[in-house]
Design a protein around this ligand. Structure first.
Ligand code: DOR
Ligand code: ZN
Ligand code: ZN
Length: 356
């Protein structure tokens, strides 16, 4: 049996660039990439232009999504120094709150711990707070969350030290969930050397030992999340390459390759790309939704063949084993062998369930 049926996968960490930077990606191209990759729901990050930080900008992003999305979606609200109250009021309509505690792409940034605590206290406890926090910043925010007894979701763990910080925080009683990206699982500093400028990504590609530590500690990792961060190849090869990689269309095949190598079971993949994301983000079930994969098909990554407008991949030229063949979403065939069949606007907002 080389055909497998998976549930509709959820990417809890996607950058859609819409509104504001649609030359990189928009809701239509980004969700075409999502469907081609086996994702039927994407949760979009708020570092758009303008960033999603208040009623007006959330309405703008949701309008762009309603018009353009081909799969289901949620939208994060971003934390600023001054919007703790206003952001919290938007929580029922948001996928979660995103706090950028270290600098990365875009202007959203929360350097002051006083602002972290305002947000951690104001945001409803039953809705997720996701943090971009690297190294010692992660240590600081985990201590604060522990003191405030505030559950927290940690984006893109990339080093052994970060994994150990999450494990320690759990031992102290903090409800902390976490994700790792395919690029931190399948690339490391040696690839960064080979790639040059386009290897820029936050958190940076880490050592081979860190990469192996992510695999060794997989039991402690709740989600795989792509951190699909499209930039054009011209931007990535410029003197000031912006950080980020497209990732939606390659992650399932990369993980199926790991299944073939005996590093992962299919159940581990489904747990981290469906079950845990659904539970952590309180997402509703999608009826009559299935992703068909062929675990025997081999293919070679080639940027121009992808659906993302970025049209390149950090895995360019890699031969992958396993491929998404078809996707049915809410009873409708939305993807079949390279063709995205869902029109822009087919996607629906994934309404968070009432907490149980
Ligand atoms: O590499 C990254 N790119 N890391 C981030 O945190 C942001 C992202 C982007 O938006 O391009
Ligand atoms: Zn980040
Ligand atoms: Zn990101």
């Amino acid at each position: 049996m080389t055909r497998l049926r998976l549930p509709g996968l959820v990417d809890v960490h996607t950058h859609m660039r819409d509104p504001g930077q649609t030359h990189k990606e928009d809701w239509s191209t980004g969700t075409a990439a999502a469907l081609a990759g086996g994702f039927t729901t994407v949760l979009a990050m708020p570092n758009t232009n303008p960033p999603v930080v208040d009623r007006r900008t959330l309405d703008g992003a949701l309008a762009a999504a309603a018009a353009g999305a081909r799969c289901d979606y949620g939208q994060y609200v971003g934390a600023t120094e001054t919007n703790a109250g206003e952001a919290a009021a938007l929580a029922p309509e948001a996928a979660g709150l995103k706090m950028y505690l270290d600098s990365t792409f875009g202007e959203l940034r929360l350097p002051e711990p006083a602002a972290w605590s305002r947000h951690l206290e104001a945001w409803p406890e039953d809705r997720p707070v996701a943090v971009h926090a690297e190294g010692s910043t992660l240590e600081a925010v985990l201590l604060m969350a522990t003191r405030l007894e505030r559950p927290i979701h940690v984006c893109h763990l990339s080093t052994e030290q970060e994994v150990l910080l999450v494990i320690e925080a759990r031992e102290r009683g903090l409800a902390v969930t976490c994700e790792v990206t395919p690029h931190h699982l399948f690339l490391d500093a040696s690839d960064a050397t080979r790639m040059g400028g386009p290897a820029a990504v936050r958190p940076p590609l880490a050592t081979a030992a860190d990469r192996e530590a992510l695999w060794r500690h997989l039991a402690d990792i709740d989600c795989f999340a792509t951190d699909h961060a499209p930039h054009t190849w011209a931007e990535k090869t410029s003197d000031t390459p912006p950080p980020g990689f497209p990732g939606l269309e390659t992650v399932v095949a990369l993980l199926l390759g790991a299944v073939d190598e005996g590093r992962l079971a299919i159940d581990d993949l489904v747990l981290r790309l469906h079950d845990n994301p659904m539970r952590i983000f309180g997402l509703p079930d999608q009826a009559d939704t299935v992703v068909e994969v062929d675990t025997a098909e081999t293919w070679t990554v080639h940027g121009p063949d992808l659906h993302t407008r970025a049209a390149w991949s950090p895995f360019e030229g890699r031969r992958l084993l396993g491929r998404v063949i078809g996707v049915t979403l809410r009873g409708v065939e939305v993807y079949r062998e390279g063709e995205v069949l869902a029109a822009p606007g087919f996607g629906r907002k994934a309404r968070a369930k009432e907490p149980e």
